[in-house]
Write a protein that binds this ligand. Sequence first.
Ligand code: NAP
Length: 526
Amino acid sequence: MALTGELFIGRRRAATAQRFQAFDPAHGEALMPTFSAAGAAELEAACALADAAFDSYRSLPPQRRAEFLEAIAGQILAQGEDLLKRAHLETALPLARLTGERARTVGQLRLFAEELRAGEWLGLRVDPALPQRPTAPRPDIRLREIPVGPVAVFGASNFPLAFSVAGGDSAAALAAGCPIVVKGHPAHPGTSEYVARAIVAAATETGMPDGVFSLLNGPDTALGAALVTDARIRAVAFTGSRAGGLALMKVAAERPEPIPVYAEMSSINPVVLLPAALAGRGASLAREFVASLTLGVGQFCTNPGLVLALEGEGLRSFIEAAGTALEAVSPAVMLTEGIQRNYVRGIERMSAAGGELVAQGGAGAHTCARAALFSVEAASLAHRPMLAEETFGPASLIVRCRTLAELRGTLERLEGQLTATLQMDAADQPLAQELLATLERKAGRVIVNSWPTGVEVCHAMVHGGPFPATADGRSTSVGTLAIERFLRPVCYQGFADALLPPELRADQLPRWPHRFDGEYRVGRAE
Ligand code: NAP
């Protein structure tokens, strides 16, 4: 079905006079149609609808919200090849990658539906009344988690499906019971429109209140800032640049009533090559590293942007093998011209700061990235911290450490990270054990013997980490735990059963997992 370029204000479509276009980064050509840019009126309407929908949406039984999420998954698949072809045009990501990303998107919606039915997220606790307690009587005290309110979701450029309109942030917020107002990424408005259609169709199919979802587009930052400023928005989810995340955090903090911003921003994902692993399988580690570094033209937040190892023959061979593998990497088109420009600047910054160029991949035209590998002594890095700033794309820095103390010191000086990886063999166990405490402090996910790219969507995943990896290292944006960002606990004291929320009433409580007087009780699934 042809794209219309309209905005989605709840169930209503809207067109405005201010228009913008998407670009095909592979050919530098503007793509039809033109898209409406949202102004103050559309923003007001979307926020008012989301606010009005909040109480009825959050009061639906979890089962109903689960059906909504499953219907979104079905409707995304029903968009068929049109969705994938448009995403390919707008992002230059290969169709095979986009097909996989669509499967992940659909899979995470279905996983959140299962999570809703399982009910652990409700966080139910009951401390029954103790009227005869000798010290002082205790009233009946019960707790459940409730959704925070309408959430502003910013679509990410590098995941047009899995972290955009119906991506992980949207799935988590909708599962929690929060209406969402999505600020689509301006690089892929056509992809956003197809997915928005799927959400609206699913909302109609499952009888969701009008306003549970809106999509606003716009080609400049004013729209996003205005959205975060709106008093009816209660939380923000964002994936993108450090500058963008920090700007939105500032806007949110300066509101009369500040709100949390869950921003996933910047990470270089250190990989430590421990001596036995390096000696035993350095050549294969080098090939695996280059494959991880250049996957998706390096446009992953989990890209291995820093490698650390002790100086020696093992490291010299690793650097040589990685350089050879990198030189064979073909240039590839990046997501947008802006991202490619930032990448070129990042490479220049690394050179200017004293990064020694080990190797470069093939050079290409236009919006292509040329993979690049640098190396530096740990002692130099200590004086040039800008070398350890994220260069978004297929660039990485190998840090040569003369001593273990230098390696430890380099890790200690790093900012917060999404991941930290150890490549190790059995003989490296004592050293790994020693480094673990530092890595836990620095990163949200510590990995042994695989590579950081590739994030499993599951119950135990953490895609988060201390600043600047994220704005709030106590949370994750991938996996079912991501729902917690959009919930807050409420305590009900002295309530008669009939007045309690349904999940806490005597007849429903046994169905859900809960703590009763401190003791864990498993729910009796329907
Ligand atoms: P971005 O510039 O941060 O933009 C992401 C979204 O945030 C867009 O919708 C953008 O709106 C909005 N935004 C940005 N700055 C804002 C501000 N000051 N106020 C209000 N809204 C704002 O990210 P991008 O376009 O995806 O890529 C640019 C750079 O971000 C890349 O070169 C890379 O360095 C980094 N990036 C990092 C990751 C990661 O996972 N670490 C992922 C993607 C990108 P407008 O575009 O309409 O202004």
